[in-house]
Design a binder for this molecule. Structure first.
Ligand code: OXD
Ligand code: MN
Length: 593
């Protein structure tokens, strides 16, 4: 094989891995369109991909995973730190030697009869001071083609890496897609990820959750930067100034929708615009001017298809109209296009469902697309992609926003009183379960900073890292921290806030607070807007003054229960919870008394 790099650490690792998995052939991915197109053709010939209507969906493909392999598998995801304590109470842990022995045993010889693809990729623009390199070895063309959308892939990556040892090793082996032998293991001390027996996105596109969150959160802790499960959006005010927000939400809270929102008409008329920098992950560093800057390390969107439609997220839908890979959605045989639940009211009648069976949307009793079916779409397709998307220096962050689904508790928005109080707010973030997830509805699940499944080390150390990052920037330069809740419900169970594009009304107040342009009311939990400072022009019929007052209220009795819930959650971390956060909890308890 012609080697594409002279990096001795890359070559040594590839030799060790190929000796282990024993492929029939080895292909270096150079990122060229010619090579990718040849792979698409090969995958179509083997049935791994299905080419969609070139006129309606140019360059788009459909893939179906195995029926037992449709989502991330948190219970089979492990952090393999030298001790269990280092992984903390919220991660599954395996000793590194045990992890390597088990996974190498499974991987051994698993590429026999198959081709090994070597994918050099950069998370972040190639050469940016924020960016990091990974090399993924995979036996799946689907993985190669998805990685080529989600990351910057190709020869330029090896060229910038040079002889450096600062790169993340990722071995992916499809094996037999056996559920009971599926493992996703992370070795933060070795910059290594091994994933076996899956072909589903989050488990196998190793640059995404595995590297850009689990390994990178650990790297950030050691190197004084942050890897966060946050979208990044820019709000352009009528005067042309753009302010950037990073926001973290647990799943099923509309993160991709917020990242690409379309301003309400009254805001559009005034000249507001929203720019999407990223919908899932932020890497954050201190800039030369002492402010915090963020990049989106990804190059595409791996979004959930069902629920995406022209009303909920026009920009996401537009992003999927070319160069996109769809996974586990419905194939409309008539037009050779795709469909998913809630795309529109016209499900195809002559179709194939995600399982590969004939499906008639007019009569079907079961969904045609898997609820976790996905699109992998290039970020550059997004009509509101930020002009700063490729900026190697990132964008300056004015505010961090945390959120969750709370039917009665959290007000529409509140501001933390300080950076450390903001860390407390993020650490106690929670969502109530919806009918979309298995199990009881309305159960409070804590998901600090939306990082529970993605933090590569002890979460209490991670909170301390947040506190330390805040201390490293001057107080007047630190982003302000907020909490939002789009999901307050009335006594009949109806949502009280319209959400979607109207969430800009709340983000607008947030930006005004950051600029010192809006006043606030001090409450036991933080600063709340004055009702008159939330602009309701155009939605006065939907959100009455009484409704707004209700979703801006703070009920001490509910917050007493919440404080007890936070204390119970913190108890899991023993005496590792930073004293600053314990103090915030004590203050909250005293305030709601
Ligand atoms: C995702 C997730 O797919 O957070 O982005 O699960
Ligand atoms: Mn995510």
């Amino acid at each position: 094989m012609t080697e594409r790099t002279k990096n001795p650490t890359v070559l040594a690792w590839l030799k060790e891995m190929t000796d282990l998995v024993q492929p029939d052939a080895v292909v270096w991915i150079d990122g060229s369109e010619t090579q990718l197109e040849a792979l698409r053709k090969e995958a179509c010939a083997s049935g791994e991909l299905h080419k969609l209507n070139e006129d309606l969906l140019p360059g788009c493909y459909l893939h179906r995973t195995a029926l037992n392999d449709v989502a991330r598998v948190e219970h089979r995801t492990f952090i393999c730190t030298p001790t269990k304590e280092m992984a903390g109470p919220t991660n599954n842990w395996m000793a590194p030697e045990e992890g390597y022995a088990l996974l190498k045993g499974i991987a051994k010889g698993s590429y026999k009869g198959r081709t090994a693809y070597i994918i050099p990729y950069s998370m972040g623009p190639v050469g940016s001071p924020f960016s990091k390199v990974g090399v993924e070895l995979t036996d799946s063309i689907y993985v190669v083609l998805n990685m080529a959308i989600m990351a910057r892939v190709g020869q330029a990556v090896f060229d910038t890496l040079g002889d450096s040892d600062d790169w993340v090793r990722g071995l992916h082996c499809r094996c037999g897609i056996e559920e009971e032998k599926r493992y996703i293991c992370h070795f933060p001390q070795d910059n290594t990820i091994i994933s076996v027996n899956s072909g589903y996105g989050g488990n196998v596109l190793l640059g995404k959750k595995c590297f850009a969150l689990r390994i990178a959160s650990y790297q950030g802790w050691k190197e004084q930067w942050m890897a966060e499960h946050m979208l990044i959006l820019g709000i352009e005010k009528p005067n042309g100034e753009v302010k950037y927000i990073c926001a973290a939400f647990p799943s099923a809270c509309g993160k991709t929708n917020l990242a690409m929102l379309i301003p309400p008409e009254s805001y559009r008329k005034k000249g507001y615009k929203v720019w999407c920098v990223g919908d899932d992950i932020s890497w954050i560093r201190k800039g030369a001017d002492g402010r915090l800057y963020a990049i989106n390390p990804e190059n595409g969107f791996f979004g959930v298809a069902p629920g995406t439609n022209a009303k909920s997220n026009f920009n996401a839908l537009e992003s999927t109209r070319k160069g996109t890979i769809f996974t586990n959605v419905v194939l409309d045989k008539t037009g050779n296009t795709v469909w998913w639940e809630s795309l529109d009211k016209n499900p195809p009648t002559d179709a194939i469902d995600w399982k590969g069976n004939p499906w008639n949307g007019a009569e079907a009793t079961a969904p045609g697309a898997h609820p976790n079916s996905r699109f992998t779409a290039p970020a550059q397709n997004c009509p509101c992609i930020s002009p700063e998307f490729e900026n190697p220096q990132g964008v300056p962050i004015s505010a961090f926003v945390f959120g969750g689904r709370r039917a009665k508790l959290a007000p529409l928005v509140y501001q933390a009183k300080s950076w450390n109080h903001g860390v407390f707010v993020g650490s106690s973030m929670a969502s109530e379960t919806t009918a979309a997830a298995a199990g009881a509805v309305g159960v409070v699940r804590r998901d600090p900073m939306a990082m529970i499944p993605f933090c590569g080390y002890d979460m209490a150390d991670y909170w301390q890292h947040w506190i330390d990052m805040g201390a490293s920037v001057d107080a007047d330069k630190a982003p302000k921290v907020f909490h939002v809740n789009w999901f307050r419900k009335d006594d009949e169970g109806s949502f009280m806030w319209p959400g979607f594009g109207d969430n800009l009304r709340v983000l607008d107040w947030i930006i005004d607070r950051c600029e010192g342009k809006a006043e606030a009311v001090e409450t036991p939990i933080g600063y709340l807007p004055k009702a008159e400072d939330i602009d309701l022009e155009g939605i006065e019929d939907e959100v009455s003054a009484d409704t707004l007052a209700t979703i801006l209220d703070v009920d001490p009795a509910l917050w007493r229960t919440e404080a007890a819930g936070i204390a119970e959650f913190y108890a899991k971390f023993g005496d590792k919870v930073p004293v600053e956060l314990q103090e915030c909890l004590a203050t909250l308890k005293a305030n709601v008394g």
